[in-house]
Design a protein around this ligand. Structure first.
Ligand SMILES: Cc1ncc(C[n+]2csc(CCOP(=O)(O)OP(=O)(O)O)c2C)c(N)n1
Ligand SMILES: [Mg+2]
Length: 390
């Protein structure tokens, strides 16, 4: 059964772009891909490298996409990276407080999906959520102000790092409870289908979320009702300091879709092209009324789980190995190798981003904190429920 479904995914891909998904996807059989852990689980270094196993990024002989797409990816991913590097610094200076989870290293997971979807599609994710709205077009000012808990933040300073929201760009959070956004993603997709909009919902989660019961309930209903949803697990190898191999009998996480007959595939998410192609295939399926897809993005976070994590559970070598596959560097290399832009052009983009980030800090610094009466606003009160409008 799984084979048929994954083949279906491959078929869809032919009508969009050629696939570069690993061979395991083409085979689509659980027995060939599910790895049995050792009886005594090692706390060995390099666990995540084995768990995510993303191949090294390579520069294609011929670029697969137009110049504009590569330049947009470069700019989006650089903005995510530079914005978060600055946020990390500000956290160190205690300008930003509370929790702060950086996305550095994972940028392609978002950039490749933005280019494959439309602006009317809906987005939802967990608490590692600064990059998604940045790429969707939320102003860096509003995101930095939210990190500062200022009234001008995209969640009016009441959400903070883990609860970014921006309805204008269809970004529906930013959720701190691991896995909570998975049934919500299915619900959003239900609404799109019910209202016959033709839009879909892309629902991100971490590898830690796939063992939550809510995910399994949501997967079942999403398949049963053929909801237009793309479930994405950003498998960065760790949930806090615990590797996938220490917590899961199934380490090729995408195979979990097979339990629900859900088309699923692994994606080298250090390659923005691969992310784009996989999301485009899934979107085509969703819009054709064929229902959900489960994509396992094999990725890596360069920083610790949060700002307070020194990440001692992994080796420098493991980190360096992933840094050598950096998606931004790969895109930069493609752009330069194929003369899509010069070093100077890219430096100009970098300068523009630097200015944008500095402006966002100034904006956040100069913004007021929310007033006390904000405590009573935006609180859900049941009046004429059962139907919530807007
Ligand atoms: C239901 C629930 N249990 C535990 C936590 C504490 N917690 C916060 S983040 C996290 C790890 C999640 O890791 P993963 O899903 O892999 O996402 P990543 O941080 O790698 O992006 C845990 C256990 C939580 N927020 N919610
Ligand atoms: Mg993780």
């Amino acid at each position: 059964m799984a084979e048929t479904k994954v083949k279906g995914a491959q078929k869809a891909s032919n009508s969009t772009k050629k696939t570069s998904a690993p061979k395991a996807a083409a085979k689509g059989t659980a027995t060939e891909t599910v790895k049995q852990p050792d009886p005594v689980l090692p706390i060995a270094n390099g666990e995540a490298a084995a768990a995510t196993g993303a191949p090294k990024a390579t520069t294609p002989a011929q670029p697969e996409f137009p110049k504009e797409t590569y330049l947009r990816w470069y700019e989006q991913m650089q903005l995510m990276r530079k914005f978060e590097e600055k946020a990390g610094q500000l956290y160190g200076q205690q300008k930003i407080k509370g929790f702060c989870h950086l996305y550095i290293g994972q940028e392609a997971c978002v950039a490749g999906a933005v280019s494959a979807l439309t602006k009317d599609d809906k987005w939802i994710t967990a608490y590692r959520d600064h990059a998604h709205p940045l790429a969707l077009g939320t102003s860096p000012n509003a995101i930095m102000a939210e990190l500062y808990a200022k009234a001008t933040g995209c969640s009016k300073g009441k959400g903070g790092s883990m609860h970014m929201f921006d309805k204008e760009v269809n970004f529906i959070g930013g959720h701190g409870i691991v896995g909570a956004q998975v049934p919500m993603g299915a619900g959003i997709a239900f609404a799109e289908k019910y209202n016959k909009t033709g839009n879909l919902c892309i629902c991100y989660m971490g590898d830690g979320a796939v063992r939550q019961g809510a995910l399994h309930e949501a997967f079942n209903m999403a398949m049963l009702w053929k909801l237009p949803v793309i479930f994405v697990v950003e498998n960065n190898g760790y949930a806090m300091g615990t590797s996938v191999q220490r917590t899961s009998n199934v380490t090729e996480l995408y195979t979990m879709g097979e339990s629900y007959d859900m088309p699923a595939e692994p994606v080298n998410a250090m390659s923005v092209e691969d992310v784009h192609n996989a999301v485009a295939r899934a979107a085509e399926r969703a819009r054709a009324g064929e229902g959900p897809t489960f994509l396992e993005f094999k990725t890596y976070r360069y920083k610790g789980h949060s700002m307070s994590d020194p990440a001692k559970y992994r080796t420098k070598e493991e980190l360096e190995d992933y840094r050598s596959r950096d998606a931004i560097e790969a895109v930069r290399h493609t752009i330069l190798t194929h003369n899509m832009a010069s070093e100077e052009d890219l430096a100009a983009i970098d300068e523009k981003i630097k200015a944008q980030v500095l402006e966002s800090v100034e904006f956040a610094e100069n913004s007021p904190f929310p007033t006390a009466d904000e405590l009573y606003k935006d609180v859900y009160v049941q009046q004429d429920y059962p139907y919530i409008h807007d």
